[in-house]
Design a binder for this molecule. Structure first.
Ligand code: FMN
Length: 165
């Protein structure tokens, strides 16, 4: 897929077909994530790829805005070591994965991790080493339907040439 087309097609997909995603594709998505920009080249990230339905169900029980993960084929959970820019780094990896998923025809949705009460519960559930912070959870699956992008603020509204005047 042409890159800008991929950017324009990326939407949050929360409904999935009952269809698996193969391991090679999950590896490819994490490979896209690990290639993201990272402050001071720290690469503080760790990625947990989950296909176990029981674990997805457990995550759905605690992630209040991510109930739909129960019906996902898989998830990639991003943790970061507590570097100065861990959140920016984890988010840039997250977006790389979302775009790579779109490119591969896989539906994905970013589920909040950082700042959430359930972050510690998920860290324990996934046996994360002490000190790692949950940044995001990405649910993945074959989309039930193709969605249009949600209405975004227009380019004219958000682009300011040279300054705000
Ligand atoms: C930091 C962050 C946290 C998010 N958390 C959730 C979430 O917990 N549950 C959810 O359904 N969507 C979540 N989203 C997805 C947004 O709701 C979505 O990106 C937004 O509605 C715009 O829609 P789009 O992704 O289709 O363009 C999150 C997105 C970001 C960037």
């Amino acid at each position: 897929m042409e890159f800008f087309d991929c950017v324009c097609r990326r939407v949050s997909v929360r409904q999935y077909k009952d269809q698996e995603i193969d391991r090679e594709l999950l590896e490819r998505l994490v490979d896209a994530g690990r290639r993201a920009p990272t402050a001071r080249a720290k690469e503080p990230w760790e990625f947990v790829a989950i296909t176990d339905k029981g674990v997805l169900k457990k995550i759905s029980c605690v992630a209040e805005n991510g109930k739909f993960i129960e019906n996902a084929a898989a998830a990639i959970v991003i943790f970061c070591a507590p570097t100065k820019y861990y959140l920016e780094d984890g988010c840039s990896a997250t977006e790389n994965i979302l775009l790579a998923a779109t490119d591969a025809g896989v539906g994905a949705c970013w589920i909040a991790g950082d700042k959430k009460e359930y972050a510690k519960v998920i860290a324990v559930l996934l046996n994360a080493p002490a000190g790692l912070a949950l940044v995001s959870i990405i649910s993945l699956g074959v989309p039930k339907s193709i969605k249009d992008q949600v209405k975004k603020r227009s380019l004219e509204q958000v682009l300011h040439w040279e300054n705000f005047l």
